[in-house]
Design a protein around this ligand. Structure first.
Ligand code: ADP
Ligand code: ADP
Length: 224
């Protein structure tokens, strides 16, 4: 069955309607691209799915549980333990080295430094960035930074990876490399991926596409 399901979401910001009946679903291990032009509601859909934004109407169910019923603390806990995030710009902590950045989610979860950095090192290796472990984000390229950000997003072994335009700031060669490593690592772990992009070349890495237009989407796989 579906791991994460959104049904008929509506969301307005003041006079602006961002979502006007959006549905979506993703199965464990499936990579689904959320496509559509700028301003169509893709990011808002992702934020509703991740429990960051509350929809005005409609529901989001994760693993059989309604996100609305979890409360703020329940949703924060879920984001820490079950979800991983990659954004357009890596948002690595500039004061920390790459291995410290990747270890951070584990440290916040209570892991000892030594254990956290060992696991972080393995993930840097998986993303072909092991040589960057002791460098700070300001000393590496954008493509390298996004690979480190993917390692940080996956280090807790989330069941869902949310990626909002993860290659938006990269040239096509680096973008392809990030997508290859991201989807490869996710598929290996049976991690579901919600991939927001407006680029067909990026969506080509997904198993299927859900198109959002004027805040509306219909997911043909919905509820299966
Ligand atoms: P996309 O990701 O497809 O570019 P968004 O979900 O970011 O679309 O935005 C959909 C619409 O909602 C846009 O008109 C955008 O300006 C508006 N919007 C999104 N977030 C906010 C917000 N926090 N406050 C006001 N308007 C917003
Ligand atoms: P956009 O995708 O339109 O560029 P941003 O990515 O700047 O917008 O932020 C969108 C939303 O993501 C905001 O509501 C913000 O609170 C949330 N957000 C930003 N960083 C994180 C994070 N590390 N974890 C979870 N939510 C985040």
């Amino acid at each position: 069955g579906s791991l994460l399901v959104a049904e008929d979401l509506h969301k307005s910001f003041g006079p602006t309607t961002a979502l006007d009946g959006a549905s979506f679903s993703v199965h464990p291990g499936e990579v689904v691209a959320v496509m559509g032009p700028s301003g169509s509601g893709k990011s808002t859909l992702l934020h509703c799915l991740a429990g960051i934004v509350a929809p005005d109407a409609g529901s989001v169910r994760y693993d059989g549980r309604d996100l609305a019923g979890l409360g703020d603390d329940g949703r924060s806990a879920l984001r820490r333990t079950d979800f991983g995030f990659v954004f357009q710009f890596g948002r690595l902590v500039p004061e920390l080295t790459c291995v410290e950045n990747v270890a951070l989610p584990l440290r916040l979860g209570g892991a000892r430094r030594k254990d956290a950095e060992k696991t972080a090192g393995e993930w840097l290796e998986r993303l072909e960035t092991a040589d960057l472990a002791r460098k700070r984000p300001g000393e590496i390229s954008g493509g390298q930074g996004q690979r480190v950000a993917v390692a940080r997003a996956l280090v807790t072994s989330p069941r869902v990876l949310f990626a909002d335009e993860p290659t938006g700031a990269l040239d096509s060669l680096n973008g392809e490399r990030v997508m290859e490593l991201l989807t490869g690592a996710a598929r290996e772990r049976n991690t579901a991926v919600v991939l927001v992009t407006h680029e067909a070349r990026v969506a080509a890495w997904s198993d299927r596409e859900v198109v959002v237009r004027d805040g509306r989407s219909r997911d043909p796989e919905f509820a299966r």
